[in-house]
Design a protein around this ligand. Sequence first.
Ligand SMILES: [Zn+2]
Ligand SMILES: [Zn+2]
Length: 321
Amino acid sequence: MSRSLLTLCAALALLLAACETEVLPPAEKVHRAEIAHTPDPKVVVFVIDGPRYSDSFGDSLHAHVDGMWNTLRPQGTLCSNFKNLGTTLTVSGHAALLTGVWQTLNNEGLEHPTNPTLFEYYRKATGAPIEDAVLVGGKPKLNACVYSLDPAYGAAFAGLADTGHATDYATYDRLIQRLSTDHPHLVMASFSQVDQKAHTGVWGDYIDQMEIVDSLAVLTWNYLQSDPEYANQTTMFITADHGRHDDAHGGFQNHGDACPGCQRVIFLALGPEIRAGFEIVTQYTQRDVCTTVGNLLGFSTPRSSGLLMDDIFEPATTGVR
Ligand SMILES: [Zn+2]
Ligand SMILES: [Zn+2]
């Protein structure tokens, strides 16, 4: 082989190597700016009130969360190091998810958050009517979480509070009614009975209720896939307001301190932009839900201290954006 041919081959090899470099898959860390957004995104935050991590996603058999673990988890991203690092009570936990700020609030619902909620950010940014931003739930005290005291936001931009449903079945029925009637873009659904049963101290009742809500989570996801307004454009987060005491700090009956059992919270993300069958161990917290939901729906959440949970998202494949 002549010297010049060798040189040419070497040059071609270099060129090919350069081309290959350019088509390498995206870096592990995905940035939202690179992600192809769905055209009409919607978000459902499915909150289970007070399941202990070790009795649910952290149970090695996953015996009481069969639907979420075996049906939903393979379709989404599991965050296995997700925490409530604020006050591990119901109102404060829901408010942290909605405001992106840790704030200890009266747990009877007598106090509104200081910082704006997702409902207010969304309605102020888009002009959407109140029916488009809904909180469906069991506990009436959650009404405190639909708007804040922030003078630039507040009651004029509140979410619609549809609470006081006596059972998780009733909450589910109302949720589906709201979804199928008004097709809201921003929904928080809060299922109260796991917590209520646990507080009675009857282990079997608590576990039975966990299994019921597990089924309701699957039914909710299946509903979203069956409704053309939601299918392939809806992100669902399954999470909780708090855990419960680990056995070294009083056991499953109660919660409210900073023990590992109270702080550890389940988190599963599902949706067209979410990685399927993926698990991340990055520590995220409830505050990050506010920032991430804002990003998904295309509005900013300037008072949130949360992070964007960028590693739950699929890398862009379509070249859009
Ligand atoms: Zn709670
Ligand atoms: Zn505790």
